[in-house]
Ligand binder design. Structure first.
Ligand code: SF4
Length: 661
C-alpha cells in the first residue's frame, strides 16, 4: 500500500449494477495532488462536452484529500465533482465532516458513481467491500431521518453517511449532498446529480488506518502548522463564533449583502451574528470536522415559540446573509428554522436564499400574477414566507417549482425585467460577498469556473485587517500597500496566487481556515506535511504549480463546453448599480486613471474596471485575452498535454496574438 493514501479508486456502475476498483495512478498524485485535482482529471476523461448533467453520462466523483485520515490539522475535507446542473459547466464542491476519512479507512480514496439505478439504492461500503442496496424505504425521507435509519440498519452509529434529501430527489438544481446531516457539498447541484442516479446515500465504515512515510517528520511539520495556526489571534474567534463571527463587522463596514444586494447594511444585524449567537439560549455545542483544530461549527436548538423543536448545525455567515438579511430578515429563529430545512431537505442555503430574495424583490415590484404567487405574500422580512418558500422549493410546489431551477432560469421564465435583479453569473447564484467593495473578490468571482463564489479563491488577505493578511499581500505583490480591497492594481497577482493555493489546499483535503482564511499555514508548510506523508520531496513551487495545473484543467473543461471571455462576468446588479453605502459620488474614471495608493476609493466595480483586471489576469496566466483560452505553450508548461488534442480538434487552442509578458 502506498503512503498517505488507501490506494484504490472505487467505481460503481448503477446502470449495470457492477462495481470494481483500480489503483490510484502514482502520476495522478504527483501531478494533481489528490481530491479536487484527481477528481478534475477523472471528470475530464469521463465526460464528453454537451452531455446532460442530469443524464446517465455525468459521473459523480467523491475524492478524499491526500492528507485526509491523517493527523494533519483540518484534513477532514472531501471534494465532490461532476458537471453542474446549475451552470452546465465544471463543478467541484467541497465538504467537511468525517465521511472522507472514513472512506480512506475503508480502503478507498475515490468513489466514482456512473450511470443511474432504476429504483432508489444506497451504497454500503465497509472495509474494502461495496454493496448496492435497495433504498426504496428511504426515498422521500429527509437527510436526518435517512441517516438515523442507516445507523439503525447497519447497527453502527459510527457509520458516516453522505445523503440527499427531498431537494436532490426532486432534482432541485441547487440540491446539496449532505454529509453527517449538517455538512453540505452545497454549491452547483451535486445533490441533483445524485438524485438523477436514484442514489439516496453512501454509507461508509472502515476500520483501517493510513500510514505516513516519515512519521517523525510528519508529526513535526503538523505541529508547526498547529502552533502557527494558534498564533493567529483569530483562531479562537473562529472557534467561538465560526464564520458567523464577522457578521457585525461586515455590516458595520457597509458590505453585508442585504435586500438582494441592494444594500450593504441592515439595522439589527448584530442580533443574528456569531457573537450574539454564542451568548444566546440557542447555542448548545460546538463541533468540528475530522482532525480539526478550530472546530468552527456550531449546533443550535429552539425550545419554545413558533419554531420550537428546531435543531440544526450552523448557521454560517453565508446562510445568515442568504436566509436573513438578504431577505430583509433579522429574526434569528427564522434563520435557524430555514437553515434546518435546507439541511434536512438537502438544499444549498446560498442559492435558496438568493432565489427567495429575487422573488421578494419581484413581489415588491409587483411582477407576479396572482396565479404565480398562489396566495403567498412575499414582503421583505416575512419569516413565515421564507420558511414556507424553502419547503416549496424542495418539493417543487407552486412558485417553488419555478425557483427550483435556479435564479437564471427563473428570471428567464418570468422575465418582466427580473434578469437585472437575478444575482447570478454563469448560472450560479452569487455567494454573500459584496464584490463592489472588494475588487480581488470581484475578479476571483468573475473567473471562477463554477460561478461567482468564494470557495474557489477567497482573497481575505486583500482587506489587510490582520498582520498575516498584510504579510501575505507583501509576499505576493512585494508591497503591503496593496492590502487594500479598493485597489485594482495587483488584483490579478493576488487572485492567481490564491487560486493556486486554494487548489492545493482542497487537493490535500485541508480547510481554507488553515491558510488563506487564517494565515497560520503557508504553502511551504503544506509541502512539508505532504512530503513527509508520501515519502517524496515536494517543494513549495511544485505544490503551487500543481495547484495552477488543477485550476487550468478546470478552466479547460469549461472551454471545451464552449465558454469564452464573455462568461467571465459578475451579476448585472453588481456590475452596473452602485451599492447604496458606497455610492458617494467618486467617479469610476478617476479610479481607472489613479495609480497605486492614490486609488484608495472606488465606489463600484463597473464593466470597464472588471475588463482591466481581466486583461491583467489572462496575461498573467498566459491565456488569450480575447477568448480567455489557454495557449498551447501554457498547457505544455503545466504538463497538461492530455487536453491539447481535443481542444485543438475543436478549434479551442488560440493562436497567439501578443507576446507573453
Ligand atoms: S475550520 Fe470549520 S469547516 Fe474547517 S475543517 Fe475545521 S470545523 Fe471544518
Amino acid at each position: 500500500m502506498p503512503f498517505a493514501i488507501a490506494g484504490q479508486i472505487l467505481h460503481v456502475d448503477l446502470t449495470n449494477r457492477k462495481t470494481w476498483a483500480e489503483p490510484v495512478p502514482e502520476e495522478s498524485i504527483r501531478r494533481f495532488i489528490g481530491s479536487r485535482g484527481v477528481n478534475a482529471k477523472i471528470l475530464w476523461h469521463a465526460v464528453r462536452p454537451g452531455i446532460d448533467p442530469l443524464g446517465l453520462e455525468n459521473p459523480l466523483i467523491f475524492g478524499t484529500g491526500t492528507l485526509s485520515g491523517t493527523f494533519a490539522p483540518t484534513s477532514g475535507r472531501t471534494t465532490v465533482t461532476c458537471k453542474s446542473p446549475t451552470t452546465g459547466l465544471y463543478l467541484k464542491t467541497n465538504v467537511g465532516g468525517h465521511w472522507g476519512a472514513e472512506l480512506k479507512f475503508a480502503g478507498f480514496d475515490y468513489l466514482v458513481v456512473h450511470g443511474a439505478a432504476v429504483e432508489p439504492v444506497y451504497l454500503w461500503i465497509e472495509d474494502g467491500k461495496v454493496e448496492i442496496r435497495d433504498a426504496r424505504h428511504l426515498w422521500g425521507k429527509d437527510v436526518r431521518e435517512t441517516t438515523r435509519l442507516l445507523h439503525e440498519e447497519t447497527g453502527d452509529r459510527s457509520v458516516q453517511v453522505a445523503a440527499i434529501g427531498q431537494g436532490g430527489e426532486n432534482l432541485v438544481y441547487f440540491a446539496a449532498v449532505m454529509v453527517s446531516v449538517y455538512n453540505a457539498a452545497a454549491r452547483g447541484g451535486a445533490g441533483a446529480v445524485m438524485g438523477s442516479k436514484k442514489l439516496k446515500a453512501v454509507a461508509v465504515r472502515g476500520h483501517g488506518s493510513i500510514r505516513v512515510a516519515d512519521k517523525q517528520e510528519f508529526y513535526r511539520s503538523c505541529h508547526v502548522a498547529i502552533k502557527n495556526s494558534y498564533e493567529d489571534a483569530t483562531a479562537k474567534f473562529a472557534h467561538l463564533y465560526g464564520t458567523a463571527g464577522s457578521v457585525p463587522m461586515v455590516n458595520e463596514a457597509r458590505a453585508f449583502p442585504s435586500y438582494n444586494f441592494r444594500r450593504g447594511h441592515i439595522e439589527g444585524a448584530e442580533k443574528i451574528g456569531g457573537p450574539y449567537l454564542a451568548e444566546s439560549k440557542y447555542l448548545k455545542r460546538r463541533l468540528g470536522c475530522n482532525a480539526c483544530i478550530f472546530c468552527c461549527h456550531r449546533y443550535c436548538e429552539i425550545n419554545d415559540g413558533p419554531w420550537a423543536g428546531c435543531y440544526t448545525g450552523g448557521p454560517e455567515y453565508e446562510t445568515i446573509s442568504a436566509l436573513g438579511t438578504g431577505c430583509g430578515n433579522i429574526d434569528l429563529e427564522v434563520v435557524l428554522k430555514a437553515n434546518e430545512l435546507c439541511n434536512i431537505y438537502g438544499l444549498d442555503t446560498i442559492s435558496t436564499g438568493n432565489l427567495i430574495q429575487w422573488a421578494m424583490e419581484g413581489y415588491e415590484k409587483k411582477i407576479f400574477t396572482e396565479e404565480e404567487l398562489g396566495g403567498l405574500t412575499l414582503e421583505w422580512g416575512n419569516g413565515k414566507a421564507i420558511v414556507e418558500m424553502v419547503r416549496m422549493i424542495a418539493y417543487r410546489q407552486g412558485l417553488g417549482n419555478i425557483l427550483a431551477e435556479g435564479v437564471k432560469r427563473a428570471a428567464a421564465r418570468i422575465g418582466r425585467g427580473s434578469e437585472k435583479w437575478a444575482i447570478q453569473a454563469k448560472g450560479l447564484e452569487q455567494s454573500r460577498v459584496e464584490t463592489r467593495a472588494a475588487f480581488g473578490y470581484a475578479l476571483a468571482f468573475a473567473v471562477n469556473p463554477r460561478g461567482p463564489d468564494h470557495l474557489h479563491t477567497e482573497t481575505i488577505a486583500e482587506f489587510g485587517v490582520r498582520p498575516g493578511g498584510r504579510r501575505l499581500i507583501k509576499k505576493i505583490t512585494g508591497d503591503e500597500k496593496y492590502a487594500n480591497p479598493r485597489l485594482i492594481e495587483k488584483r490579478a497577482e493576488i487572485v492567481r496566487w490564491h487560486e493556486d493555493c486554494f487548489a492545493a489546499t482542497d487537493s490535500l483535503g485541508l480547510c481554507a481556515f488553515i491558510d488563506t482564511s487564517r494565515f497560520g499555514v503557508d504553502p511551504e508548510q503544506m509541502a512539508d506535511m505532504l512530503s513527509a506523508a508520501i515519502g517524496t520531496r515536494v517543494s513549495e513551487e511544485e505544490l503551487m504549480k500543481a495547484g495552477r495545473r488543477i485550476l487550468t484543467l478546470e478552466k479547460c473543461f469549461n472551454v471545451r463546453e464552449g465558454t469564452t471571455r464573455a462568461d467571465d462576468v459578475l451579476p448585472w446588479r453588481l456590475m452596473n448599480e452602485p451599492l447604496e453605502s458606497l455610492a458617494r459620488g467618486a467617479d469610476v474614471q478617476r479610479a481607472l486613471e489613479a495609480k497605486g495608493s492614490e486609488n484608495d476609493f472606488v465606489p463600484i466595480n463597473s464593466p470597464a474596471m472588471l475588463n482591466r483586471m481581466l486583461d491583467e489576469y489572462y496575461a498573467l496566466h498566459d491565456w488569450d485575452r480575447e477568448t480567455s483560452w489557454p495557449y498551447r505553450e501554457t498547457l505544455e508548461r503545466l504538463g497538461l498535454q492530455e487536453v491539447i488534442p481535443e481542444l485543438e480538434q475543436k478549434g479551442k487552442i488560440p493562436r497567439r496574438r501578443q507576446i507573453p509578458e
